[in-house]
Design a protein around this ligand. Structure first.
Ligand code: ZN
Length: 134
């Protein structure tokens, strides 16, 4: 696997409207997209810093994994996503290297990208996402 860059950093927030002003008014970034990802029961807001995005994640249902994360940790940094060319190949490489996979096959993420998660138990406690166009 050869990631090209950090595709995005995912940050769990209880409420997008309350979180967005920090990124816009303090950091001077522009929210360029708000998108609901029904599959993951979240509403996302995106900002760009160079090639990297900040993805704010607001739960849309109490049984969303983001809702559970906020309940447990109060929100904050949730995951880091690496840009790879082919998500399935990257997942296979990670599994071959001994990583525990959350997703054995890529699924649909925000912005029409393919995504797959590695379990934090085997990634130095950081929930790690692999993200690509195929
Ligand atoms: Zn993500």
């Amino acid at each position: 696997m050869k990631p090209t860059h950090i595709e995005h950093i995912g940050i769990a927030v209880a409420n997008l409207e309350e979180a967005i002003p920090f990124y816009e008014k303090v950091l001077g970034l522009e929210c360029y997209a708000i998108e609901e990802v029904a599959d993951q029961k979240v509403k996302t807001a995106f900002f760009k810093v160079g090639q990297t995005k900040i993805e704010l994640l607001e739960p849309t249902s109490p049984d969303s994994t983001i809702a559970k994360f906020i309940e447990k940790n109060g929100g904050g940094m949730h995951h880091m996503a690496f840009a790879v060319e082919d998500v399935q190949t990257a997942l296979n490489d990670a599994a071959a290297a001994g990583c525990q996979l959350i997703d054995k096959a890529p699924r649909g993420g925000a912005e029409g990208l393919r995504i797959g998660f590695l379990h934090p138990k085997t990634t130095c406690r950081v929930l790690t996402e692999l993200c690509g166009t195929k």
